[in-house]
Design a protein around this ligand. Sequence first.
Ligand SMILES: Nc1nc(C(F)(F)F)ncc1COP(=O)(O)OP(=O)(O)O
Ligand SMILES: [Mg+2]
Length: 214
Amino acid sequence: MKQKLSLYFVMGSVDCMKDPLAVLDEAIEGGITMFQFREKGKGALTGVAKYRLAEKLFERCLAHNIPFIVNDDVDLALALQADGIHVGQEDEAAERVRDRIGNKYLGVSVHNLTEVKKALAAHADYVGLGPIFPTVSKDDAKQACGLTMIEHIRAHEKHVPLVAIGGITEQTAEQVIKAGADGIAVISAICRAEHICEQTKRLYEIVMRTKQEG
Ligand SMILES: Nc1nc(C(F)(F)F)ncc1COP(=O)(O)OP(=O)(O)O
Ligand SMILES: [Mg+2]
């Protein structure tokens, strides 16, 4: 799990400046290790259009053996036979989601140590901690918790697979891993890059080098 969390690309059509399939193809070429389909916000696709895009993105991930995770929508995850689902504190309760999805990956958003312990009690496979820094990708994001929350959680839960999210860039990725995250989750750092493949490669190299340094 920890290896898969290294460079976790989160995306929906709303985040893309061009065809989401082209964006994902370039990000896969650049070395992402996990993908989350997060179709929400102003102008997000719904219904059949959302399903069709998810299907095509999933095909790309399958072809490259990259875990495909669906955000929020458990029904969609089950209908697609996705590799997993990611839910937040306001989504369907993690315990209930675990019952519905069997042994697929279950990710839970957390903002503090209490929520980490609750997620582990619900048999989550990983936690997504954030926003670490202010984010442009989530209009109802909570206050940024900073690197100290990563350090605090890691000090109390040494082994929990933890990916950090929220405003993480090429400039801050190293300190996020050094603080104790097993990986970084990014939306705009990849979606808004001039050259998506090259940007992804740089993020990948920073994360893997910093993880190896221990
Ligand atoms: N989508 C997410 N992915 C992660 C990841 F694990 F990838 F780091 N962490 C946190 C979130 C936030 O999840 P949530 O709080 O439900 O808000 P939203 O549904 O708007 O994303
Ligand atoms: Mg959610």
